[in-house]
Every structure is written in structure tokens, then in C-alpha cells.
Design a protein around this ligand. Structure first.
Ligand code: BV8
Length: 234
């Protein structure tokens, strides 16, 4: 086994072939919205109904029976099981808030930007599973004065989840694979440097090359490129 400690970072491109819009490709998610209006705490304060609508639409899409994990999600889940069975270490960090990695069977997943199917109390941060529409009338049960629940999503200006765990894994990695991300959002976009500084081999699997500095890159649709690359690792 050439690599022991493998860290994978995924972005919206890995879910594109499942039918979930990416952020920045044409007709992407941000097309009809300004980031400031729908993915910041200030935007939520200003117009909670707009933000609820933005996330309710995306959450509802996850319940569509036609929406399924694609070959890239499935190959990552299978590889994780086989690699761990061989005594290797594996961590999948996703920027995506859909549930497709989890549905594909990936176990060791950090959803660093939160999850569409969770909501949380704005005061205690306690989260809970939530599959339906969220409105301002949905209140927490953890505070003496119940608070309106918010999407359990990391907005711009908020700290992504489990950053210490991510940093620890990146510094011990001997292979870092970045899949389906434009590398425009930090701190995720800085992961390749942390891994490279720790001596990891770095690989980009994406539709096209990004500004990131990778030792190796294979380009094309994730559902094709990811299974092909992972097979070579076996
Ligand atoms: C924070 C949830 C600080 C919302 C999201 C330097 C350091 C630190 C921070 C900053 C910094 N510089 C700027 C910042 C601030 C900011 C930032 O990065 N801004 C950018 C715009 C410059 N970062 C933050 O605010 C972060 N927080 O820094 O907190 C802090 C410190 C202390 C205490 C408190 C706070 C928080 C960032 C998280 C924001 N939330 N998501 C939601 O989902 O609605 S980010 C959002 O963008 C999504 O999560 C998405 O995943 C992410 C990145 O986008 P991508 O996944 O890459 O998607 P994109 O469309 O861009 O690219 C898709 C790629 O796939 C393309 O390359 C395409 O070619 C490819 N592709 C398409 N189809 C396919 C494909 N590839 C393969 N196959 C295909 N079929």
C-alpha cells in the first residue's frame, strides 16, 4: 500500500452528476442570489424568510427519489472500507451540505460547512435532524425562552466545523486528494498547502485545473475520474 493516511476534500463538483447545482458554474446556486443575502449571518438577520426559502428549496431536493449518490460518492465509500480494512487511515472532509457521501456509505466524514438536513439553536448551538421546511415559527426546546431554529449551515464569517480535527489529519496525511472544488473558499482552499507542507502527495480530481498547487491532477467528470483514480490506488 503506497499511502497510509489519506485525506480527501470534496466540493460541489462531486455532487454535480447527481443533479445538485454547484455554486459557481453557470446556472449555479449563487446565480439568483448574492452570497451576502443568503449565506451570511447578516443576511439571515436582515431577511430570514429569504434565507429559509433558499435552504428549504435545497433541503427539499434531497428528498427527491431521483436524487442519488453517483459513482464518485460510491467509489469513495468503497475505497474507504477497503483502505481501513488494510489498516490504513482515511478521512473525508466535505464542503457540501447535501447528504450524498453519507448515503453512499462513507463513514469517516466531516461536513465542515454543516448539513442541510440539520437545524440548530442559535444560542446553544444544539443541532437536530430536520427534513422538512424550516420557518421562523420553529423554535428550539433547549432554552427557557425558545429561540427560532436556524439552518445548521456554516455561513461566511462563521467558523467551519471540526477545524482542529481537519488540521490534525492534514498534518499526518501522506496523500491529499481534492475533488470537485474550485478552491475559492477558505479555510478549505488552504488545505492543500497544509498537506503539502506536511509532506503529503497532493492530487486534484476536478472538471478543470484550479489555482491550487497540486503535485498531480486528473481532469473530467468526477463520476468517471474518481473511480478510475481510486482503482489505481488499490
Ligand atoms: C471563516 C455553506 C473565520 C453555505 C459555505 C482566508 C482565510 C479564512 C477565511 C477567509 C479567507 N479569505 C476570505 C475568507 C472569508 C471566507 C471566504 O473564503 N470567502 C471567499 C468567497 C473568498 N471564508 C469564510 O467566511 C469561512 N469562515 O473564515 O471564518 C472565522 C475565524 C474565527 C472565528 C469565526 C470565524 C466560512 C466559509 C464557509 C461558507 N459556507 N457553504 C451553503 O452551502 O449554502 S461555502 C460554499 O462554497 C459551499 O459550501 C461550497 O462547497 C463552497 C466552495 O464551493 P465549491 O464546493 O468549490 O463549489 P464551486 O461551484 O465553487 O466549484 C465547483 C467545482 O467543481 C468547480 O471547480 C467545477 O469545475 C467542478 N465541477 C463541476 N462539475 C463537476 C466538477 N468536477 C468534477 N465533476 C463534475 N461533474
Amino acid at each position: 500500500m503506497r499511502f497510509n493516511n489519506i485525506v480527501v476534500l470534496t466540493g460541489a463538483g462531486v455532487s454535480a452528476e447527481s443533479g445538485i447545482k454547484t455554486f459557481r458554474d453557470s446556472n449555479g446556486l449563487w446565480e439568483n442570489h448574492q452570497i451576502e443575502d443568503v449565506a451570511t449571518p447578516e443576511g439571515y438577520q436582515r431577511n430570514p424568510a429569504l434565507v429559509h426559502q433558499f435552504y428549504n428549496q435545497r433541503r427539499a431536493q434531497l428528498l427527491d427519489p431521483k436524487l442519488k449518490p453517483n459513482a464518485a460518492h460510491l467509489a469513495l465509500a468503497r475505497f474507504e472500507q477497503e483502505h481501513i480494512a488494510r489498516g490504513g487511515r482515511f478521512l473525508l472532509i466535505t464542503q457540501n451540505v447535501d447528504n450524498l457521501h453519507q448515503r453512499a456509505g462513507s463513514d469517516s466524514v466531516i461536513a465542515m460547512h454543516g448539513q442541510l438536513q440539520k437545524v440548530k439553536c442559535p444560542v446553544t448551538g444544539k443541532n437536530q435532524s430536520w427534513l422538512k421546511d424550516l420557518t421562523g415559527a420553529d423554535l428550539c426546546h433547549c432554552c427557557k425562552i425558545p429561540q427560532p431554529l436556524r439552518p445548521d449551515i456554516v455561513w461566511f464569517g462563521e467558523m467551519p466545523y471540526q477545524m482542529e480535527l481537519c488540521a490534525e489529519a492534514l498534518m499526518q496525511a501522506d496523500l491529499f486528494i481534492s475533488i470537485g472544488t474550485s478552491g475559492q473558499v477558505y479555510p478549505a482552499a488552504g488545505f492543500v498547502q497544509i498537506a503539502a507542507q506536511a509532506g503529503a502527495h497532493t492530487v486534484e480530481l476536478n472538471m478543470e485545473a484550479t489555482r491550487g498547487d497540486f503535485a498531480e491532477g486528473y481532469y473530467g467528470p468526477a463520476a468517471k475520474v474518481v473511480p478510475t483514480y481510486l482503482k489505481r490506488l488499490d
